[in-house]
Design a binder for this molecule. Structure first.
Ligand code: DGP
Length: 116
């Protein structure tokens, strides 16, 4: 989509701090980190969120990218959280499918950082 910021980052029209990339997905540091490690994994093709009809190969690539991000940022052993906001009630701000990978400190049991 021409006016989508994550399409532009995923296709290098706008550069970002990339952590991982392959043919289907890329991962880059969140601009407003909520944890010492906060990386977004996004597909290169445009989907709005997980309520969309996402091809299985894209979902597999995203899961693989999460594992790579965890390894490359050193949180694979200490633990991490994966969150994907979908739609209004989840307060999804960027309308391009993405998962947040959060870690690098104890995150507690609350899902939302402001509840910690
Ligand atoms: P949400 O749609 O609420 O799941 O969160 C969107 C996240 O995207 C939020 O944590 C901030 C991040 N973000 C928004 N714009 C940019 C950007 O231009 N670059 C980067 N790296 N992150 C962004």
């Amino acid at each position: 989509m021409s006016d989508c910021i994550f399409c532009k980052i995923a296709n290098h029209e706008i550069e970002s701090e990339y952590v991982y990339e392959d043919d289907l997905v890329c991962a880059f540091r969140d601009a407003s980190p909520e944890a010492p490690v906060h990386v977004l994994v996004v597909p290169k093709a445009h989907y709005v969120n997980l309520a969309d009809d996402i091809p299985a190969e894209v979902l597999v690539a995203m899961a693989h990218a999460v594992r790579e991000v965890a390894k490359r940022t050193g949180i694979d052993k200490t633990g991490f959280r994966v969150v994907s906001n979908a739609g209004k009630d989840a307060d999804q701000v960027v309308q391009h499918l993405h998962v947040h990978v959060l870690g690098g400190e104890f995150l507690g049991s609350a899902i939302l950082p402001e509840q910690r």
